[in-house]
Ligand binder design. Structure first.
Ligand code: C2E
Ligand code: CA
Ligand code: CA
Ligand code: CA
Length: 278
């Protein structure tokens, strides 16, 4: 009995060590990865389900590591936050997205892009002006860019974050609450934060066609969000049935594999062109 137990612990320990080494490697390589061009952005279409058109996308970061291969953003973003590296990643995302936007708009392709920001970014009182300048310098209108904020991000230093979000709001940059419903004070955030859009988390959406509880939660959330005059997005829709239900519930915008996975810039533009033609 004691032997199997210690064996179990040894195996567990080994797994822990591997994970620890992997995390150290990720943290060590984050700053280098930027200058070595290992990051790129992908774009996932956001579709207006009433007009059946796509004129916006969410941008998501991708990291192809030379030894570790594809590292999921959930994993390295958390490690970047904990190791104090998140702002260099966010700067890169911002600059890359704006460079891409400038190319599109210069060609008359007027796509809007949402970027994800972390808690730490939102305590930087300088950020709204920096973004304003980047947009102006690139001849982009303010509505070309919007930001997505997770509820968790606000917890850190609520006063500072609210002040920054209010600056964004005054500038005319749209703000979305991401992963709505997964935090502990979703409703409090709706009251507290100056938001334009609410994105209902995928965990409530994915079984909406089979699960009566999820359906009730999503129906009620949509009524609530629209009652506050905010725009509502359903994340992670994977089936046509899902789209149909969400249309009946009067959801505004749908994102998910049912339309497309996140795509590289050129693929996204081709997809968007095709979609809006058909
Ligand atoms: P998120 O912001 O909630 O992004 C949505 C995630 O759901 C993305 O995963 C997307 O690829 C995935 N997704 C979209 N549609 C579907 C679907 O129909 N089914 C399923 N199963 N998944 C779907 P991804 O790209 O792995 O990103 C995970 C998280 O990492 C993001 O969650 C976001 O919190 C974070 N993240 C990604 N890119 C960035 C970034 O540039 N900056 C920051 N700060 N965080 C980022
Ligand atoms: Ca997001
Ligand atoms: Ca989300
Ligand atoms: Ca998420």
């Amino acid at each position: 009995q004691a032997r199997t137990e210690s064996l179990g612990i040894a195996i567990y320990q080994q797994g822990e060590d591997e994970r620890y080494l992997r995390e150290l490697m990720i943290i060590r390589d984050l700053p280098v990865a930027l200058s070595h061009g290992q990051f790129h952005l992908v774009y996932q279409p956001k579709v207006d389900i009433h007009t059946n058109r796509c004129d916006s996308a969410e941008t998501l970061i991708r990291w192809q590591h030379p030894q570790l291969g594809f590292i999921p953003p959930d994993e390295f973003i958390r490690l970047a936050e904990n190791s104090g590296n998140i702002s260099i990643i966010s700067d890169w995302v911002l600059n890359t997205a704006i460079t891409q936007l400038a190319l599109w708009w210069a060609q008359g392709i007027c796509i809007k892009v949402a970027i994800n920001l972390s808690a730490h970014d939102l305590t930087n009182a300088q950020l709204p002006q920096d973004i304003n300048r980047l947009l102006t310098d690139n001849n982009l209108p303010i509505e070309a860019l919007s930001i997505e904020v997770t509820e968790g991000a606000v917890m850190k230093d609520a006063q500072a974050v609210i002040a920054v979000l209010q600056q964004f709001r005054q500038m005319g940059i749209a703000i979305a609450i991401d992963d709505f419903g997964t935090g502990h004070s979703s409703l409090a955030y709706l009251k507290l934060l100056p938001v334009n859009e609410v994105k209902i988390d995928r965990s409530f959406i994915k079984d909406i066609h089979t699960d009566a509880t999820d359906l009730m939660i999503v129906d009620t959330s949509i009524r609530l969000i629209k009652g506050l005059n905010l725009s509502v997005v359903a994340e992670g829709v994977e089936s046509l049935k899902g789209i149909e239900i969400l249309r009946q519930l009067d959801c505004d915008i749908v994102q998910g594999y049912v339309y497309s996975k996140p795509l590289k810039a050129a693929e996204f533009i081709a997809w968007q062109h095709n979609f809006n033609q058909s």
